[in-house]
Design a protein around this ligand. Structure first.
Ligand code: PGA
Length: 256
């Protein structure tokens, strides 16, 4: 059965102390999480090690990096490698967030390399995809997202793909307060599952977790998470405060 996940993406927010307080609050207060559910906190690099240590108090809470470099080591000033992340116990890495694609020029080809390298290290990529407002208005969003998957993920072997988590994040809904309607999210998640079925098989499509991201908040989490093909959320702004993220975790908990 596929996992249902409430993942937070802190982006470039929170001082070290603020981050530690938040990680501790979520770890201590995230309760009633079923066997097939997980909470993941995507923190900046400076928080990762201590967040991993804190998360050990709650087996349902895991920590993710927000990016990594595809090379094992070398002259890449300012970058963080997969072995470095592994050496502090990180199991999850967010890849291909639209902000990485747009501001840091990460292409599908670079992301394909990153996904392969993360999986080769035994870690799990949370692979982001999603279209701009322009693409949505022109009506070819399904094709656009399918292309991102084909070029960024579908080179993976069946065995590797089985471990991938996908996050559909329409760019027009990220940080804008505008959320995709539950139906819009459901429609795209279904398209994503269909693309997986075409590349792999129906069983793989059925077992892949597909999260929705883009202005998820306590007031819309229930509606979004109740959609048949939505397996939880990747949450930005509302993951920065326990009083917002904990109710989102509770919404997920009611859809085991
Ligand atoms: P948001 O961000 O929840 O603030 O819209 C989501 C994301 O970018 O992962």
């Amino acid at each position: 059965m596929r996992k249902k996940i409430a993942a937070g993406n802190w982006k470039m927010n929170l001082s070290y102390n603020e981050g530690m307080e938040l990680a501790e609050a979520i770890t201590n207060q995230a309760k009633d999480i079923a066997d097939n559910q997980l909470v993941i906190l995507g923190t900046p690099y400076i928080h990762l090690k201590e967040a991993v240590d804190k998360s050990e108090a709650n087996p349902k809470v895991k920590i993710a990096a927000q990016n990594c470099h595809q090379a094992e080591k070398g002259a890449f000033t300012g970058e963080i490698s997969i072995p470095m992340l592994q050496s502090i116990g990180i199991e999850y890495v967010i890849l291909g967030h639209s902000e990485r694609r747009e501001y840091f020029h990460e292409t599908n080809e670079i992301l394909a390399e990153k996904a392969k390298a993360v999986l080769a290290a035994g870690m799990t990529p949370i692979f982001c995809c999603g279209e701009s407002l322009e693409v949505r208005e022109e009506g070819w969003h399904a094709k656009y997202v399918r292309n991102q998957l084909e070029r960024g993920l579908f080179h993976l072997s069946q065995e590797d793909f089985n471990k991938v988590i996908i996050a559909y994040e329409p760019i027009w809904a990220i940080g804008t307060g505008v959320t995709a309607s539950p139906q819009q999210a459901q429609d795209m998640h279904k398209e994503i599952r269909l693309a997986i079925e075409n590349r792999y098989d129906a069983n793989t499509a059925e077992n892949t977790s597909v999260l929705y991201g883009g202005s998820v908040k306590p007031s819309n989490a229930d509606e979004l998470f109740s959609q048949a093909d939505v397996d939880g959320g990747l949450v930005g702004g509302a993951s920065l405060k326990p009083e917002l993220f904990l109710p989102i975790i509770s919404s997920l908990a009611s859809y085991s």
